[in-house]
Design a protein around this ligand. Structure first.
Ligand code: PRP
Ligand code: URA
Length: 209
C-alpha cells in the first residue's frame, strides 16, 4: 500500500493559508506555490542516496557526503503543475522536466490529455509528479498510467491540497506510488472542487477565469 505523507511543517502551513485566501492575487499566489513546492521538495528528497567523497577543507582532508547521482525527473501536470516546477528545481537543479498536458472536462469531470513531452530515459529516473490539486484523482491517475506505459518505474506524487476521495482513487490504482501533500481537506463539492481548498489552481496561478 502506498503511503500518504502530510507535511505539517509550520512554514508550509503558514504559506498554504495565504494561497487558500481568496484575497491573495496571482503574483503572491504564484510566489507562495513556488515556495511551498520548494519546501516540500526538501522533504520528498530526504532519503536520496548519498556517497562519500574525499575533499579538503581549509583545515584538513576529510570524507564528505554528496548525492550519489540518482537521476531525477519532475513531471508537472499542465497547467497548474507548472507553478510548482521552479520551486522543486531550486532544490534539485539537475532534475529533468517532462510535461503532461491534461485538463478536467467540466461536464464529465474526466481528464483529457492534450500534450506530452518526457525525458527519453524516463525508465531510469525517479519521478516526482507535481500538481497543486488532487481532487477526484482522475488527472493524477491518468498521468501516472500514462508515464508508466512509457516506462516509468519509480514515481512519487506531490500535491499541495488533496481530497480524501482523490487519495483513495490514486492509492487503489497505484499502490506503488507514495503521495506527498501539504493538507488533506474535508471533501469534494458537487462540482468536484476541494472544500475548503483554494478554488481553481490554474486560474489563480495564471489570472484566467
Ligand atoms: C486541476 C488541477 C488538477 C485537476 C485535479 O486542473 O490542477 O490537474 O484539476 O482534479 P482531479 O483530481 O479531479 O482530476 P484543471 O483540469 O483545472 O486544468 P488546468 O490546470 O489547466 O487549470
Ligand atoms: N481543480 C482545482 O483547480 N481545484 C479544485 O478544487 C479541484 C480541481
Amino acid at each position: 500500500m502506498s503511503h500518504v505523507h502530510v507535511f505539517d511543517h509550520a512554514l508550509i502551513q503558514h504559506k498554504l493559508s495565504f494561497i487558500r485566501n481568496k484575497e491573495t492575487g496571482s503574483k503572491e499566489f504564484r510566489e507562495m506555490v513556488e515556495e511551498i513546492a520548494m519546501l516540500m521538495a526538501y522533504e520528498v528528497t530526504r532519503d536520496l542516496p548519498l556517497t562519500d567523497i574525499e575533499i579538503e577543507t581549509p583545515v584538513c582532508k576529510t570524507q564528505a557526503k554528496v548525492l550519489a547521482g540518482k537521476k531525477l525527473g519532475i513531471v508537472p501536470i499542465l497547467r497548474a503543475g507548472l507553478g510548482m516546477v521552479d520551486g522543486v528545481l531550486k532544490m534539485i537543479p539537475a532534475a529533468r522536466v517532462g510535461h503532461i498536458g491534461m485538463y478536467r472536462d467540466p461536464e464529465t469531470l474526466k481528464p483529457v490529455e492534450y500534450y506530452c513531452k518526457l525525458p527519453a530515459d524516463i525508465e531510469e529516473r525517479d519521478l516526482i509528479v507535481v500538481d497543486p490539486m488532487l481532487a477526484t484523482g482522475g488527472s493524477a491517475c491518468a498521468c501516472i498510467d500514462f508515464i508508466k506505459k512509457r516506462g516509468a518505474k519509480s514515481i512519487k506524487l506531490m500535491c499541495l491540497i488533496a481530497a480524501p476521495e482523490g487519495i483513495k482513487v490514486v492509492q487503489d490504482a497505484h499502490d506503488d506510488v507514495d503521495i506527498y501533500v501539504a493538507a488533506v481537506d474535508e471533501k469534494l463539492n458537487d462540482h468536484a472542487y476541494i472544500v475548503p481548498g483554494l478554488g481553481d489552481a490554474g486560474d489563480r496561478l495564471f489570472g484566467t477565469k
